[in-house]
Design a protein around this ligand. Structure first.
Ligand SMILES: NC(=O)c1ccc[n+]([C@@H]2O[C@H](COP(=O)([O-])OP(=O)(O)OC[C@H]3O[C@@H](n4cnc5c(N)ncnc54)[C@H](OP(=O)(O)O)[C@@H]3O)[C@@H](O)[C@H]2O)c1
Length: 265
């Protein structure tokens, strides 16, 4: 059987881990990246035992050039069928009140790493006339929120970049998808200090699980949908708020987020 390989960045937990499971189930060998060694290696072993596929792990920091280059070196000439640019993190602070290094690290992880990885793997995919690139953006790309300007900005880059890339690759056999999830129960929010008990549905704000996000992404991929917004509630929110004149949107979001996001919070 032909060996097929998927590289998934940020597969330690959450959405990346769910992609890893799904691609392993479909028979892909995996290259998984992350930083929490024990969790990532444990997951790799579990997937290998369960699905019989080869799972390599690369422990790598993607916020600096050296880390990204190391990953590209580790891939070497190995042909990749799927690349999921998923690694990412949030930082809910005002730009001028947060360490600039953290904000620039976010730009590197969300923007530089995917661009460099895609640049490295595309020649092979185009030559083989097949490949899948999935980039994880966010609903924040479409609906910017207070205390998230770098996060929203980098995720907006991911969305527009992916659509441009899709246009460039039409007819080559390489498929591009950008996924814009809404609130999803992963380690993401806990890492920002939000306890799991606070991750409750509230009106239009509903939490999904990573497996649902991945199911919808792969279903949309089969339909050749380039922009995937998982969950009808998220689609509805994006549509409704997108209809508002921009100044009304800003006032609405400012009021809605209230004290929690005020400058004195
Ligand atoms: N959860 C949500 O509500 C939500 C909504 C919209 C979009 N997203 C996006 O979904 C993607 C996956 O996040 P998740 O929710 O699944 O969160 P998660 O469970 O925290 O997973 C994030 C993954 O990214 C890796 N990562 C983070 N910073 C990194 C860095 N500097 N260098 C290398 N790897 C790094 C983490 O590695 P380690 O943990 O091993 O350090 C982890 O494997 C992110 O791009 C996020 O922006 C999430």
């Amino acid at each position: 059987m032909e060996k097929i390989t998927a590289l998934i960045t940020g597969a330690t937990s959450g959405i990346g881990a769910a992609y890893a499971e799904r691609f392993a189930k479909e028979g892909y060998n995996l290259i998984l990246t992350g930083r929490r060694a024990a969790i990532l290696n444990g997951r790799a072993e579990q997937i290998h035992q369960h699905y019989g596929v080869i799972v390599d792990t690369v422990l790598v920091e993607l916020s600096n050039e050296a880390g990204i280059d190391e990953l590209i070196q580790r891939i070497g000439n190995r042909p990749l069928d799927v690349l999921v640019n998923n690694a990412g993190f949030g930082a809910s602070r005002l730009l001028y009140q947060q360490d600039l290094d953290i904000q620039l690290a976010m730009v590197a992880v969300h923007v530089s790493a995917p661009v460099k990885l895609i640049h490295a793997v595309l020649p092979g995919m185009v030559a083989r006339k097949k490949g899948i690139i999935i980039n994880i953006s966010s609903e924040s790309a479409l609906l910017p929120f207070p205390k998230n300007c770098i996060y929203s900005g980098t995720k907006a880059f991911v969305k527009t970049f992916s659509e441009g890339l899709h246009l460039d690759l039409m007819g080559t056999g390489v498929q591009v998808q950008v996924v814009c999830p809404g609130l999803t129960r992963t380690d993401f929010h806990e890492k920002m200090g939000m306890e799991k008990s606070r991750q409750r549905n509230r009106g239009m704000l509903k939490w999904m699980i990573p497996e649902e996000v991945v199911d919808i992404s792969l279903r949309d991929l089969r339909k050749n949908k380039v922009v995937c917004i998982p969950g009808n509630h998220t689609k509805m929110l994006v549509k409704m708020l997108g209809l508002l004149p921009r100044n009304s949107y800003y006032r609405f979001v400012h009021k809605f987020t209230g004290k929690k996001f005020s400058q004195s919070a």
